[in-house]
Design a binder for this molecule. Sequence first.
Ligand code: ZN
Length: 466
Amino acid sequence: MRTPSVAAVFAALVVALAGCADAPAPDTALPDRLVEAVTGDGAFRHLAELQRIADGNSGNRALGTPGYESSVEYVASTLRDAGYDVQTPTFAVRRFTVQDQRLTVDGGPVPVAALEYSPSTGPSGVTGPLAVVAGEGCQPAALAGIPARSVALVRRGACTFAEKAATAARAGAAALLVANNEDGPLTGVTLGEDTTGAVPVGGLSRADGQALAGRAGTPVTLMLVTAVEESESRNVLAQTRTGNPDEVVIAGGHLDSVPAGPGINDNGSGVAALLETAVRLGGSPGVANAVRFAFWGAEEVGLVGSTQYLRGLSDADRARIALYLNLDMVASPNAGYFVYDGDDSDRVGAGPGPAGSAAIERALAEALTAKGAPPAGTDFDGRSDYGPFIQAGIPSGGLFTGATEPKTPEEAQRWGGTAGAPHDPCYHQACDRLDTVNRTALDRNTDALASTVARFALLTTPLTGR
Ligand SMILES: [Zn+2]
């Protein structure tokens, strides 16, 4: 190390006092330079490291496992070495689990599914006469006079499941059954994690509910063995030391895998593209806006890491986020090239995202087109870590190469690959490994990420009009 001269120290002090530290000036050539600097091979090396981590830790990198902790250490140390300010904040994870769920009516089984956050009946279940309630069971009057310790049967609709469960509890029921009001089983519905004063609640299909409606008074046993597990996990956040910290560009993806496999496409690929971009950008680039890279934990159990992160920010800190870019699966074996449909131009599924999401979609689409992969839209449904960001009103966008849905003939014509086969036949399976990923897709999506991060790091006015 060289000892600085008095003059140099004085000059540095003047600059620091002027409020601009020694930050490099914004580099207008940054988007082109960064796209040039990142490589698919560089991203693939990070992916290979994640595969090695899974191989050394029971084959996965899931929440609560040593494979996840090793993934955190790898990402954090890579970013520290690249000159970033890195943090790995912990967050709480509540997970509802079901060990067993059974309904017997007069000795015969009927399919039942515990509602999320249903209290447990315990392993012996609750037994009582079936009390058939007319309607949805939202009004106390509808349940007045049901036999004590009965199992009440109501229909879905008109009020929340938590309200039905509380009404049934106040009426003296031991448990509640809710029949669907449309075809199919009643699944994927919740009492909400803060529910209190509820009886155990099981969901039935509409057909089973209709069949039971004629059997009032029949003895039934409902057994729902449920639990809420409390644990902790960590996110990794790394921010550039340069750029305006009041106008932050965030790019992120989830770091956890499912327990079934190493999670190399889902979402090692997003992690690899982010790491490659972060390393080539460096911790002190010539940018106007600060860039923050985010690696989320516990995505696979319900977007927990990103949700808790946003919840933990002050309103002022949330307002400092200019935009969020999400990468979740960008190297699917039979890849499509999809950009989240932030402006809802496809008119499919969910509506448009927060204002500014359209400009992000355009930037990502231009970058992919420049790499020979003109993209299509994919519904902006919030089912990855950008969900909490769009709920907070933050303009968002992202890249995706497809999961279990089959590639259409039009897609195969546009991008190559196999029509009729899934984009990722190994989705959430043990075969989601390094040897199945699509390296061309990884390369192109890394370029598109690099281009878009650099572009918004220089200028966010396309989003805000500022
Ligand atoms: Zn994923």
